[in-house]
Design a protein around this ligand. Structure first.
Ligand SMILES: Nc1nc2c(ncn2[C@@H]2O[C@H](COP(=O)(O)OP(=O)(O)O)[C@@H](O)[C@H]2O)c(=O)[nH]1
Ligand SMILES: [Mg+2]
Length: 222
């Protein structure tokens, strides 16, 4: 079992490096959005795209076991989205993303958002060639999820605590949730947001802009 897992992951990592090289060459800041189903990935993406698209090209890859619903929600904002259906698969892998990148017309500089299959376990192990994994936890899921699914919160560099507009109506201790996440990953950047109201988006968008700017600076310095 261990040997097989190592082989699969090593092969995946090879494809991920190819994706990363292509994205670096194109100066594309790529983010892999991971969470349980329903935490608000697509809603967050739609609002994020609406804020970004007038100043910078945005491209989206959507992963789900079935349907093209999320790609259609993204295309409705006016940006290109390619849907990958994983069938029985519980996560995207770097080979699938590489094929999608070849099929899409990638811009020179911009954002690529990859919405992974909703699942707090499997996507943690698979590097897709992204700059960062962004974990989304919503306030209806319980404060203990970072402790129960530590791999995901350790693999992520950012956590968006979503659905903060619902805090008056649910029993959820924000401080405890953030402390749990930081216990697993002390360097995690945390933003408290609502994809419904836009609360907290200024800080999230500023983080995205600084990531893109840093990438451009690195590329310019060779
Ligand atoms: N109240 C509230 N609902 C949200 C928020 N974000 C997403 N939702 C709702 O949560 C449900 C799942 O959202 P979706 O974006 O499809 O989640 P995904 O499965 O992670 O892509 C939908 O009914 C959304 O309207 C939020 O910030 N606040
Ligand atoms: Mg979705």
């Amino acid at each position: 079992m261990v040997a097989i897992e190592q082989n699969i992951l090593a092969k995946n990592d090879g494809y991920a490096e190819q994706n990363r090289a292509l994205l670096r060459e194109r100066r594309i800041f790529a983010l892999n959005l991971v969470s349980s189903p329903g935490s608000g990935k697509t809603t967050l993406l739609v609002r994020t795209i609406e804020a970004l698209r007038s100043r910078c090209p945005v491209t989206v890859i959507e992963g789900d076991q079935q349907t093209a619903n999320d790609a259609e929600r993204i295309r409705a904002t006016g940006v290109p989205a390619l849907q990958i259906n994983t069938g029985k698969g519980c996560h995207l892998d770097a080979h699938m993303v590489g094929a999608a990148l070849r099929e899409m017309k990638l811009p020179q500089q911009g954002f690529l958002f990859i919405e992974n299959v909703g699942n707090l376990v499997c996507p943690a192990a698979f590097d897709l060639g992204e700059a960062h994994k962004v974990a989304i936890l919503s306030v209806t899921e319980g404060e203990d999820k970072p402790l129960k699914y530590p791999d995901m919160f350790l693999a992520a560099d950012v956590m968006l605590l979503n659905k903060c507009d619902l805090l008056p109506y649910v029993r959820f201790d924000v401080e405890l949730a953030v402390a749990n996440a930081l216990r697993v990953n002390p360097t995690l950047a945390v933003f408290q947001v609502s994809a419904e109201t836009g609360q907290g988006f200024d800080d999230w968008l500023a983080w995205l802009d600084s990531g893109l700017a840093a990438l451009a600076l690195t590329a310019a310095s060779g």
